[in-house]
Design a protein around this ligand. Structure first.
Ligand SMILES: Nc1ncnc2c1ncn2[C@@H]1O[C@H](COP(=O)(O)OP(=O)(O)OP(=O)(O)O)[C@@H](O)[C@H]1O
Ligand SMILES: [Mg+2]
Length: 269
């Protein structure tokens, strides 16, 4: 199958939301915004210095949806998440990102986090020397608008059991739970998960999956990047596939699961 047949929405995308139509820091949009989405990523470019890695990436996520962002090693998945979260590298050099009417493209990382964009990086970043509960307390210092810690413990009973234990001494799966829990106690609108199943035993993966189902029931919008594409697709509503920093597919998760060409060509399944 030719790549072009798999390409659906590279020309479609987000853009200015109602009430912000005048806000065009990087020039007018090339394509009009078809309908408002909760998170609109519109023609973003991301550069590490001279390296042009994220190339005109567009997709939209509706509130409460889980989007699987997939692609082979080096396809640009982590870079895309980092660009959306407005980390310094890669630098956003073109395009717009709107989260619930807020222009993430005009923000720095801490402002994007405050606007509700919570990235859980692959290495989980548990703070050494702090207990589970202290890791959670520290995450929620400002602003106090996210989940109560008690509510997090209901979702993750294992964290309640280990609340006095130092976070870095937890198992890999428990550390992943703590990393997600920390995002929840902040004021969260969208959860960006980079390889949450990385290095975890299948039984633990299933436990985290169950939690992500609960999180979806709570109405939290999620983008999940996973090497384990089948597991991500079984969880997700929709899927975007990247190849060399570009979107090559945007559709439902079911379409990808049923499309052998797509899976072989871009996901190595
Ligand atoms: N700090 C950096 N400086 C320059 N190039 C980078 C940097 N980080 C990543 N890249 C390059 O950007 C491209 C995309 O990398 P990225 O980590 O986003 O891919 P990925 O899809 O997350 O891959 P993986 O599945 O291996 O995690 C790769 O070619 C990589 O070499
Ligand atoms: Mg990656």
């Amino acid at each position: 199958m030719k790549q072009i047949e798999l390409t659906r929405t590279t020309a479609e995308g987000g853009g200015a939301m109602p009430g912000h139509a005048e806000f065009h820091p990087r020039g007018p949009l090339r394509t009009p915004h078809p309908e408002p989405a909760f998170l609109s990523v519109h023609e973003i470019d991301g550069h590490y210095g001279e390296s042009y890695i994220v190339q005109r990436v567009s997709f939209r996520v509706h509130e409460g949806e889980i989007l699987a962002l997939l692609g082979r090693n080096g396809a640009g998945k982590t870079s895309t998440l980092r660009t959306i979260a407005r980390l310094e590298q890669p630098a956003l050099t073109h395009g717009e990102i709107w989260l619930d009417h807020q222009p993430l493209h005009a923000m720095k990382a801490f402002e994007a986090a405050r606007a509700g964009c919570q990235l859980v990086p692959e290495d989980r970043r548990i703070i050494p020397g702090l207990t589970v509960e202290e890791n959670l307390e520290l995450a929620r210092i400002v602003p106090r608008r996210g989940w109560e810690i008690e509510r997090v413990y209901e979702l993750f009973p294992r964290l309640r059991e280990r609340r006095r234990q130092e976070g870095v001494t937890l198992s890999g799966g428990e550390q992943q739970m703590l990393a997600i829990a920390r995002a929840l106690v902040r004021d969260i609108k969208v959860l960006l998960l980079d390889e949450p199943y990385e290095g975890l035993a299948p039984v633990i993966v299933r436990e985290i999956e169950k939690t992500l189902h609960h999180i979806r029931e709570e109405g939290i919008t999620t983008i999940i990047v996973e090497q384990n594409a089948v597991a991500a697709l079984e969880l997700a509503d929709r899927a975007v596939i990247l190849d060399t920093g570009r979107v090559v597919f945007d559709g439902t998760a079911k379409e990808v699961l049923e499309n052998e060409d797509l899976k072989r060509e871009y996901l190595a399944i």
